[in-house]
Design a binder for this molecule. Structure first.
Ligand SMILES: *Cc1c(COP(=O)(O)O)cnc(C)c1O
Length: 363
């Protein structure tokens, strides 16, 4: 018997998506972004599948340490860098690359006496206004960094896009221009592109690309699916029907009674809820596959269950398979129904959901 709520991972698809990155950016090295537990897919499992990448990127030092402890020797960049001397010590010990984005970090880096102990990615803020130094500070920061014996040369250079998912927004080109102008003449390898850059902005390709969401087969753009871009989705989310019953006109369904039955129909109760990471804000009408057929979600999502309208004449019965996203039901579509982005859906799958690999399970 399959577990009640489970996610199936197709790791061949992850490898396919990595080769798609290679074909989009044939001259770039690939830093595979596997932060946030590999976008919810499982850090170590995804790292293993993406071994052909040239480096990994994670958000936090902890995530890098987990990879090192599991035996991964590949270059690993920490995108948020370190925040204090103690964390920096760990970063050095585990030989992680750090992003440098604040003066506080420069002070700590200046204390290192071992030559070239730490590879760095100096981050320029070209308009995201999150992490990074402003263009006008850049040359003085670069000089200070260059005086640190502990910093490995050449200093690598990076920035991050704010609006690259909107292919009509000129801001990305402005960010690219500012990056190129500010850093002209500086030595060091460069990295700009996230998934949206790789797929939508050829001008953003440089020495290194940093794909995240596309590796998981998900489109970074709001108006397309990964499959339409030649990617293959890695995660499917499944569960089962646990109850089937008729309901009458006038009955309401779920907490708050937000959905009222207009004509007699058959109600299905599915064992999935926000306690599994199914989005609490998925609206009535969100498609769900029951026995492979689309039916609408009705009423509110609870912690452990959702309700669906199976329609009259349905032969569905308790135990029947349900797909929340997967083949025939792109996670991008569910994200639109829940007023969110697919990133949050895959990242949000909780520990209660059993993760199984397609190879040992369904092939
Ligand atoms: C998360 C992240 C990425 C990957 O972004 P995607 O949109 O998932 O491709 C790249 N660079 C930085 C700095 C990030 O934080």
């Amino acid at each position: 018997m399959t577990p009640t709520a489970y996610a199936v991972l197709d790791l061949d698809a992850a490898r396919h998506n990595l080769s798609k990155v290679r074909s989009c950016a044939p001259n770039a090295k690939i830093m595979a972004v596997i932060k946030a537990n590999g976008y919810g897919h499982g850090l170590l499992r995804i790292a293993e599948a993406l071994q052909p990448a040239d480096a990994f990127a994670v958000a936090r030092v902890d995530e890098g340490i987990r990879l090192r402890k599991a035996g991964f020797t590949k270059r690993i960049a920490v995108l948020e860098g370190f925040t204090c001397a103690e964390e920096f010590k760990e970063l050095l010990h585990y030989q992680l690359d750090t992003v440098v984005h604040s003066l506080n970090q420069l002070d700590i880096l200046a204390t290192v006496t071992e030559p070239a102990a730490c590879p760095v990615w100096l981050k320029l803020d070209t308009g995201m206004n999150r992490l990074g130094f402003k263009a006008k500070e850049l040359s003085s920061v670069y000089q200070r960094l260059n005086q640190c014996v502990g910093v490995k040369r050449p200093i690598n250079l990076m920035t991050h896009f704010a609006n690259a998912d909107n292919i009509n927004d000129p801001k990305t080109l402005q960010q690219i221009d500012l990056f190129n102008q500010t850093l002209a003449g500086f030595a060091g390898e460069r990295s700009l592109a996230n998934s949206a850059g790789i797929l939508g902005w050829e001008q953003s390709l440089s020495d290194w690309v940093r794909p995240g969401v596309m590796l998981y087969g998900i489109s970074p753009f709001p108006d397309s699916t990964g499959e339409q871009l030649g990617l293959r989705p890695v995660m499917e989310l499944h569960s089962r029907l646990i109850a089937v019953k008729p309901i009458e006109a006038g009955d309401t369904v779920g907490y708050g009674g937000s959905w009222t039955c207009e004509k007699p129909t058959t109600l299905g109760i599915v064992a999935i809820g926000y306690g599994d990471g199914y989005p609490r804000y998925a609206k009535t009408g969100t498609p769900v596959l029951v026995n492979g057929l689309r039916v609408p979600l009705i009423g509110r999502v609870s912690m452990d269950m959702i309700s669906v309208d199976l329609g009259t004449g349905s032969h569905a019965k308790p135990g029947d398979p349900v797909t929340l996203w997967g083949e025939g039901l792109p996670v991008e579509e569910i994200a639109l129904w829940a007023d969110t982005i697919p990133y949050t859906l895959v990242c949000g799958v909780t520990r209660r959901v059993r993760i199984v690999e397609k190879t040992d399970f369904e092939k």
